[in-house]
Design a protein around this ligand. Sequence first.
Ligand code: ADP
Ligand code: MG
Length: 415
Amino acid sequence: MAGIKDVLLQLLFALTPFVLYNVYYRNLEVNYSRKFIMITCTVALLLSMTFAPSLQSGIIFDVRYVIIFFGILFGGLKTGFLLLVEFIIYRLYLGGSGTIDAMIILAITFPLSLLLSSLYHHARKKYWITLIAGISFSLIPIIVLYITKPDYILTHLTFNLLVMPIHNSLGIWLLITLFNKSVTDKELYLTFIQNEKVEAINQVAASLAHEVRNPLTTVLGFLKLIRANTLNWEKTERFIDISIEEIHRTEQILSEYLSISKPLGTFQQHIDLVTQIKTVVELMTPYANMNNVSLEASYPSTPVYIIANPTEMKQLLVNFIKNAVEASAEMPKARVSIQFLQHLQRVQLEIQDNGVGMDEEQLSRLGSIYYSTKSTGTGLGLTFSYQAIRSMNGTISVKSEPYSGTVFTISLPLA
Ligand code: ADP
Ligand code: MG
């Protein structure tokens, strides 16, 4: 019984990096760093050695090889050597008759771990490497101890032949597969969310084509008139002015579109929220028109400064407005309106629509990853937007009634 308890405890320590990864990186838009592996493995090794069980005074066993191997595999050489030093110092401090054996075993398993981890990165069938590691980390200590302390091995034969291999093999297998699974999920999520940022704006592009075509037609008409030479100079000049203005506007829309549709940087800066919204409303108006939705916004007369990443801010505004337009597209007198409310320290932004609305159940699922009620939806728009708002220390609240409409209220701290 004591054996099972010890194995379970050691397995728990072995899984420390995996558990902490899922806690710490859960809501972050980055994947793990080597520093993270270094820190968690150091902690795991310390815990596993501190609470290591012992059958005979001076000889302890724990999941050290598992942790060191995992550390090298995901954290690189530096992590490996740090763990090696930690192990040597701590093991010397603990002392006892098994110290020398522990050093000998380590002198074999450490280079083996280096070798196996470099093989692992290139191997196609990675589970073979995991299996070999698990078996060697159990066999090598048994062989070394059998040579130096045959009595010890023979007295605790079942334990050494059963418990040791189980906790080493199971530990390695669990830690590596679970960790890998989480990391792959995260990678998938990161690509999805990156695509989604661009995807939302790509869907808007179709309606933008119209927006670009209108001024082109106007300019073309003017040019033809001027060519025909039937206009007086005054009129010609006015037409040229209008044409220049139209071309400028088109150029602006296109460059805004291009700036939003590129992947984000992470830096934040002072930005004027009013200008941001004006740009996004201009960009989204063709999309609203195409869906027979009127898009209205009222702005304060002075700038409202916040600290944010400008591209991220625009992308999340696109998401909210796009959702509102899509929700009200089928409604008679469909309307999306945007309003500012300024307080002392915060600014509130309301995005209201008179669309299909949501019931309690739908509301509770808002912002969860992949939640979408649309046939072509991705369910990532709000996930990204909620995260972005939180990263600016903002909050978000929703009020909605089925078939009557929705209000999203975003509250952001003023700069
Ligand atoms: P997608 O738009 O790809 O479905 P989102 O994350 O942008 O993904 O939105 C998730 C879901 O939230 C939508 O599918 C929709 O059901 C709901 N939703 C979001 N905004 C609104 C809104 N303004 N009115 C009604 N439902 C909404
Ligand atoms: Mg959406």
